[in-house]
Design a binder for this molecule. Structure first.
Ligand SMILES: Cc1cc2nc3c(=O)[nH]c(=O)nc-3n(C[C@H](O)[C@H](O)[C@H](O)COP(=O)(O)OP(=O)(O)OC[C@H]3O[C@@H](n4cnc5c(N)ncnc54)[C@H](O)[C@@H]3O)c2cc1C
Length: 437
């Protein structure tokens, strides 16, 4: 039997569900990765994600070569590339891990239809989620979802599947990663190296999570989101590492469940890609002032915690979760900027960008999403007091404030610094009116 294995967001050999199943069956396996042209042309920020992807693929290719295999790599539309490969290579099957995102699912469906037409077996596996969304009844609120999800975990096969020892891959005249990378703009972000994933999983002390997760200046969170996004580690491996040290319903497990909650919402309420989950919030009158949008992206809102967070995002391609919450609240409530604009801003820079998770979180932060609370709004100064009391985070990402007294920063009394573009107290009144009438 000759089969194609299509790598997508699962760039590893260990505990790769689809690859594991296929390697037990197939005599010949042709590993393929495709840089999706349409998807890449929609990105307008630094080419870090493709840079990181390139390094992840180099790592994967080296591991495949160590198993006498190789990686064939393409740039274009997956359905067109597979149409050509099917005609030329005459495979019996195409295996892959299932896409649950809006974009990924659409592409996958086209490839599946193509295989059906050509008489090629198409099989996909749940690899990216601990509990696949189709196994849990629809819930609109996180807590009841979590109870169902946690109960369903008990019946999932969470065992870690070994790496295939050898993969028999034919030598074909098909493009290699090096050749294809010449066509794909990619840029290295110096903060994220692909080999961090395995190290971080071993070294991160999950026991500090509860205490450290909200402190902006501390390395208190796992930073595994980038590794999870590209599938450098399997989600079951992450859970296994957590379970070695923490209770089954620890806060960390609850965070993994938040990720799955957004996939649950996407699966059961697929129209939320662009539309507010809450019907009553669909007619909100956003202000969307260009000068405000520019001030946020250029980190000159006059609120140091917001400006520092944006600098972190633009420098590192990552932002602390607490900072994401503060920025999203400021953008949607204080400035009344449409959450879709915020979603695009994060899309432009985040290395861990995930359209489902980002959309869910932006809707939640804008109080238009799957959240029973009528309105959530953060005061940037109170958030600073609570989560960056000694201004260490602010000073790290706004070095021009290094010598300014932290008390003055918290009081927004900073000589020579940008004036706040909005007064939080009046903005809060305006937001309440816009949201609650
Ligand atoms: C407005 C906004 C946009 C966001 N956009 C993204 C995004 O595009 N991609 C992304 O992976 N995360 C996103 N998040 C969620 C969260 O901020 C990041 O997952 C987290 O900061 C990553 O850092 P970490 O790995 O150290 O997280 P940790 O705190 O160590 O959490 C462990 C893991 O749990 C998951 N997780 C934690 N919090 C959330 C959450 N709120 N929703 C979903 N999963 C979560 C992630 O997989 C994370 O790696 C967003 C949050 C907000 C408020």
């Amino acid at each position: 039997m000759r089969s194609i294995f299509w790598f997508k967001r699962d760039l590893r050999l260990k505990d790769n569900r689809g690859l594991y199943e296929l390697s037990a069956l197939s005599a010949e396996i042709i590993p393929v990765f495709i840089f999706d042209r349409k998807l890449l042309s929609g990105l307008n920020g630094p080419a870090w994600r493709t840079g990181f992807l390139a390094s992840a693929l180099e790592q994967l290719e080296a591991r495949l070569r160590a198993r006498a295999s190789r990686l064939y790599c393409f740039y274009g539309q997956p359905e067109e590339i597979f149409a050509r490969l099917i005609t030329r290579l005459k495979p019996d099957a195409l295996y892959t891990n299932r896409s649950y995102s809006w974009t990924g699912e659409k592409t996958q469906k086209k490839v599946e239809a193509l295989c059906r037409q050509a008489g090629v077996i198409f099989k996909d596996f749940n690899d990216s989620l601990l509990v696949p969304p189709e196994k849990i009844e629809a819930r609109k609120v996180y807590s009841p979802f979590f109870r169902l999800w946690n109960a369903a975990l008990a019946s999932e096969d969470l065992s870690l599947k070994p790496e295939p020892e050898l993969l028999k891959t034919p030598v074909l005249k098909l493009p290699s990663l090096t050749e294809t990378l010449k066509l794909v703009p990619h840029e290295i972000n110096r903060y994220w190296k692909v080999d961090y994933a395995g190290r971080r999983l071993k070294q991160y002390d999950f026991r500090v999570y509860d205490e450290g997760r909200n402190k902006l200046a501390t390395d208190g969170t796992s930073r595994l989101s980038v590794a999870i996004r590209f599938g450098l580690v399997s989600i079951r491996e992450v859970l296994a590492a957590v379970r070695k040290r923490l209770e089954a319903d620890s806060q960390f497990v609850k965070e993994l469940a938040w990720r799955e909650f957004w996939y649950h919402i996407r699966y059961h309420f697929p129209w939320t890609e662009n539309l507010e989950f809450q019907e009553k919030r669909r007619g909100l009158k956003w202000l969307n002032r260009d000068e405000d949008i520019r001030a946020v992206e250029e980190a000159r809102t006059g609120y140091p915690v917001i400006d520092a967070a944006i600098n972190q995002l633009k420098e590192e391609g990552w932002m602390h979760n607490r900072a994401r919450l503060i920025v999203a609240s400021f953008l949607t409530k204080d400035l009344l900027i449409d959450w879709r604009i915020g979603e695009k801003l994060f899309k432009k820079y985040l290395l861990d960008y995930d359209e489902v998770v980002n959309t869910g979180n932006w809707q939640w932060s804008a109080s238009v999403g799957a959240d029973p609370r009528p309105l959530r709004m953060f005061n940037p100064q109170l958030q600073t007091e609570k989560y960056d009391p000694d201004c260490r985070y602010i000073k790290k990402y706004l070095p021009e404030l290094k010598k300014v007294d932290c008390g003055a920063i918290k009081a927004l009394d900073i000589p020579g610094y940008h004036q706040p573009i909005v007064d939080h107290r009046s903005a809060a009144i305006r937001a309440k009116k816009a949201y609650l009438g």
